[in-house]
Design a binder for this molecule. Structure first.
Ligand SMILES: Nc1nc2c(c(=O)[nH]1)N[C@H]1C(S)=C(S)[C@@H](COP(=O)(O)O)O[C@H]1N2
Ligand SMILES: [Mo]
Length: 383
């Protein structure tokens, strides 16, 4: 569509160009147009208390492209941030397999290449006042994981695949302290998903150190935590894996009502959840617009509420889309009155799920900050 319109514009000349540009102004949210100004939100994230662990958060007002450039992409490190020499690096595939493998980066690069555009969000994003930019969208390239597991030959009793990072820490349990590498697991069935990549490239460049150089797992449809960076070993096991980041941390604790009785539920963070957020309010002359993103589940539509007004449908930008990538949406804001306003968005999935309000028991009765997919409200002052 976009391409055809552009070609028609060239044929029809500059008068049509001006008219169509005005019409399509909000159908294509990016890039910012000449003379367009962004009005900063009144509510801003508080100072990051952990600048080593959480780096380069997305500044929502600056969102101006579908793909997040590598130098603007957030990164998370729970333990240390290893610097790995690709010449000495290799990765093992072991445990309950017929033929353990040891692969160098050259071995992996020589295998079939596959790409995916995938929006990675940390499940803690929006869980703290200082952490609202733990999200980014990149084109990841690598080789599919499933054929490598097949080649290694998973034994009959293998049910779980553990991904180990090179980074490590001393993990305390009661009075024991043990040295452990970062590790996350998936069921064998989940690991065999043909979308999963052993990824060595991000937006056409070698994976940056912060994002897992030389190799990371990319698991489209999963929260950030599943996408293990700085990989060093993949191991098949015959029992569920209950590591720190599977069963003790990255656990959502929620009070649930079961027929009038309160039950405390604990679940491990895994697949991403339906979510959206307003990114920015733009002004060009007297034209105001709200632009935002929606992700986490197949998106049917996005609605926006200004102050207490009825929810209004936003327009989804179809010019750049992919199954596992955020959708960019926008909505003109006609004649906003001077003064303070709130802007809230909610995504609706193709199965009719609605992103929960902050007072929905799913969010209000959640006692941990993971999976904070409640509706995001921003405040703004129009002058
Ligand atoms: N080895 C390793 N992998 C990791 C982490 C980590 O600390 N160590 N952090 C995880 C978390 S919590 C997130 S949100 C994503 C973030 O990916 P990014 O740092 O490339 O943005 O990486 C995941 N993979
Ligand atoms: Mo995360």
């Amino acid at each position: 569509m976009h391409g055809i319109q552009r070609r028609e514009l060239l044929v029809q000349g500059s008068a049509a160009l001006v008219a169509i540009a005005a019409l399509s102004r909000r159908a294509y949210a990016f890039p910012a147009q000449a003379g367009e100004e962004v009005i900063p939100w009144l509510d801003q994230p508080t100072e990051n208390p952990n600048p080593e662990g959480i780096k380069t958060q997305l500044v929502w007002e600056n969102l101006d492209s579908w793909i997040t450039p590598n130098d603007k992409f957030f990164s998370i490190s729970h333990f240390n941030r290893p610097t790995i020499d690709e010449k000495t690096w290799s990765m093992e595939i072991g445990g309950l397999v017929k033929k353990p493998l040891k692969l160098t980066l050259a071995d992996i690069r020589a295998r079939p290449r596959q790409e995916v555009v995938f929006t990675v969000e940390c499940s803690g994003n929006h869980g703290f006042p200082f952490f609202t930019g733990g999200i980014g969208n990149a084109r990841w390239a690598g080789t599919p994981l499933a054929p490598i597991l097949k080649e290694a030959g998973v034994l009959e009793k293998g049910i779980e695949v553990v991904f180990w990072g090179t980074d490590e820490s001393e993990i305390p349990i009661r009075d024991v302290k043990m040295k452990q590498n970062f590790a996350r697991s998936m069921s064998l069935a989940d690991a065999m998903n043909p979308d999963n990549l052993l990824c060595y490239e991000m937006n056409g460049a070698a994976l940056p150190a912060a994002n897992g150089f030389p190799l990371r797992l990319i698991a489209p449809g999963w929260y950030g935590i599943a996408n293990v960076k700085w990989l060093k070993r993949i191991e098949v096991r015959d029992t569920r894996f209950m590591s720190l980041l599977m069963a003790r941390d990255y656990v959502t604790i929620r009070e649930e009502d079961h027929n009038g009785e309160t039950v405390w539920a604990e679940t491990s963070v895994g697949r991403s959840l339906l979510k959206s957020a307003p990114a920015k309010v733009t002004r060009k002359g007297s034209d105001y617009a709200i632009v935002g993103a929606a992700w986490g589940a197949p998106i049917d539509r996005v609605e926006v509420q200004i102050d207490q007004a009825p929810w209004a449908p936003a327009t989804i930008d179809h010019s750049e889309e992919a199954e596992h990538a955020w959708k960019i949406w926008s909505l003109p804001w006609a004649n906003p009155s001077p003064g303070e306003h709130t802007v809230t968005s909610r995504a609706v999935s193709t199965t009719g799920q609605v992103q929960p309000a902050m007072d929905d028991p799913l969010i209000a009765k959640k006692h941990t900050y993971w999976e904070s997919n409640g509706q995001v409200t921003r405040r703004i002052k129009i002058t």
